[in-house]
Design a protein around this ligand. Structure first.
Ligand code: FES
Ligand code: FES
Length: 187
């Protein structure tokens, strides 16, 4: 079990004694996890600070950028806007849950092959939004990819190669062999 007492920051001396701590049990990347936390703790902070899954980034803390996107029971959520206790009894997937020990997920391969990232800050959230899309719609159009990623902001890439990366992954996941040559040199 992970305890998250470092998140308890009393405003005044002695005030911390009254802050309630509650137990949250959830599955993260297929593993059962538990933590004693303040009910106000955000899921993003439990993942990053409690479970040390630092692939979940926080950019804005205000539900705008999508860097903190994870899957909650397969649906993309902005974990900066979900209380950790709301994930109790549910299954969370972070970017660390995509690859196996020996293989990248096709979405990760797609981002690599199509140069779908620059600084990489938005990338985990992009990948999880893409995963939710492809799980529901294995053969999306470009427009559908753009719509699915519309809650995820990227300051570097111009989005073009991110969209190509997701389409590449869709092809690969359907057993086709994606052709990456058309993307060389485009940004
Ligand atoms: S940190 Fe959650 S949307 Fe930006
Ligand atoms: S790659 Fe830098 S923000 Fe998207």
């Amino acid at each position: 079990m992970t305890s998250l007492f470092e998140e308890v920051t009393p405003a005044t001396e002695g005030a911390g004694d009254d802050i309630p701590v509650t137990r949250v049990d959830l599955k993260v990347n297929g593993e059962r996890r538990a933590a004693d936390i303040e009910p106000r703790l955000l899921l993003a902070h439990l993942l990053r600070n409690g479970f040390r899954l630092t692939g979940t980034h926080t950019g804005c803390d205000t539900t705008n950028c999508g860097a903190c996107t994870v899957l909650l029971d397969g649906k993309p959520v902005k974990s900066c806007t979900v209380f950790a206790v709301q994930a109790g009894g549910h299954e969370v997937t972070t970017v660390e849950g995509l690859a196996t020990a020996s293989e990248l997920h096709p979405i990760q391969e797609g981002f690599k092959d199509e140069h779908g990232l620059q600084c990489g800050f938005c990338t985990p959230g992009m990948m999880l939004s893409a995963k939710a899309l492809l799980d529901e719609n294995p053969n999306p159009t470009e427009d559908e990819v753009r719509w699915a990623l519309s809650g995820n902001l990227c300051r570097c890439t111009g989005y073009q190669n991110i969209v190509k990366a997701v389409l590449w992954a869709a092809e690969k996941m359907q057993g086709d062999s994606p052709d990456s040559e058309s993307t060389e040199g485009e940004g």
